[in-house]
Design a binder for this molecule. Structure first.
Ligand code: GLA
Length: 349
């Protein structure tokens, strides 16, 4: 049984009030989520000794979230990751988007869903966030309403249930940009964590981190996580893919279809384990290469340094509108987008 409560989380520069919601389960483990950007602000789960610790990076108040440019904890939309040249063809039209990553569109554009104040509602054990994106926002067609249902159950599973509808054909690729550190926020680099990614293939990227359309085997590369590897083991490899991305920042193609376990993350020191489940075709493993210690500072005023956290972003493959061999994130007018991601926390004793 989970109890959801609400408190103040400060104000935006516009004067709008922001709230923080706490989802606490029967064991006392809890997750905090703000309606600004729908960001997960903390995830407090036990270590191998039963001691609660916060495994998500975040900020102390709303202004941190308003100022940040790293998408920490936030919901991402309408389209997670990159769209090359900030344009895509749908039907007979080419849609021109805002550019916010060189010539490309990243994570929905200049003011994506991570910078919106969502409408929040406590619905029993769930927190439901809604945002309606007007037709043409950031260049995307159709008025799109996104509804995100967050739950945190007694098995310490944080479930993110994403749905959306649009009044015109559009693209929709929603994700969450939580930065995890299973030894705890502020405990240093995630390079000592181990990860297993249930994917024999990944999408080859170029120097802009854009998929080129090629799907390659992970075998024989530093991207092979079909069995557990320590993240730092090959992160400085001279393999071209690692040089291009400055670490891990690639889309894996998890094996199988439908809702399945796509990755497992472990931290030996705390004994914490996180399993990621998704029904989407892709997952971006991003090792926090662009975190750089600059303001705004994180919780407790601490600077957030390179690789202090890592992201596992479930998604359609980036740049997928461009390639026939990639499943497309097209949402037709009147149809329903519905996908589910679960981050489940446990311990290895
Ligand atoms: C994603 C991208 C990265 C980076 C981060 C945000 O994970 O793949 O290249 O842009 O978001 O900093």
């Amino acid at each position: 049984m989970t109890t959801v409560t609400k408190k103040d989380f400060g104000t935006l520069s516009t004067g709008e009030a922001v709230s923080l919601y706490e989802l606490k389960n029967s064991s006392g483990a809890y997750v905090e989520i703000t309606d600004f950007g729908g960001a997960v602000r903390s995830i407090n789960v036990p270590d191998k000794n039963g001691v609660l610790g916060d495994v998500a990076l975040g900020y102390d108040d709303a202004s941190g979230y308003e100022k940040q440019g790293k998408y920490i904890g936030a919901l991402i939309g309408r389209h997670g990751n990159r769209i090359e040249d900030a344009r895509f063809k749908l039907g007979r039209r080419v849609y021109i988007l805002d550019k916010n990553d060189g010539r490309n569109n990243l994570h929905g554009g200049i003011k994506g869903f991570d910078k919106k104040l969502w409408t929040a509602k406590i619905d029993g054990e769930a927190l439901v966030l809604t945002y309606t994106s007007p037709d043409g926002e950031e260049g995307f067609p159709g008025t799109l309403t996104a509804t995100i249902k967050y739950t945190f159950d007694d098995n310490n599973a944080l479930c993110i249930d994403y749905s959306a509808t649009s009044d015109a054909d559009t693209v929709c690729n929603l994700t969450n940009h939580c930065y995890f550190n299973l030894d705890g926020d502020g405990s240093g680099s995630i390079e000592n964590h181990s990860i297993k990614i249930n994917a024999t293939h990944f999408t080859v990227g170029n120097s802009e981190c854009l998929p080129t359309g090629y799907v390659a085997k992970v075998e024989g590369t530093p991207l092979d996580f079909t069995s557990f590897h320590v993240i730092g083991e090959r992160i400085n490899s001279k393999h071209e893919q690692m040089i291009f991305a400055g670490g891990y920042d690639h889309n894996w193609c998890p094996d199988g279809e439908g809702f399945r376990c796509v990755a497992t993350l472990k931290a030996a020191k705390s004994g914490r384990v996180m399993d990621v489940y998704s029904d989407l075709p892709g997952m971006q493993f991003y090792s926090g290469n662009f975190l750089d210690g600059t303001a705004p500072f994180g919780k407790g005023g601490r600077a957030i340094q390179k690789r202090d956290g890592l992201c596992l972003e479930t998604q359609f493959y980036p740049n997928s509108m461009k390639f026939d061999n990639f499943e497309k994130p097209i949402l037709k007018a009147g149809e329903k987008y519905h996908h589910v991601t679960v981050y489940r926390f446990s311990v290895d004793k």
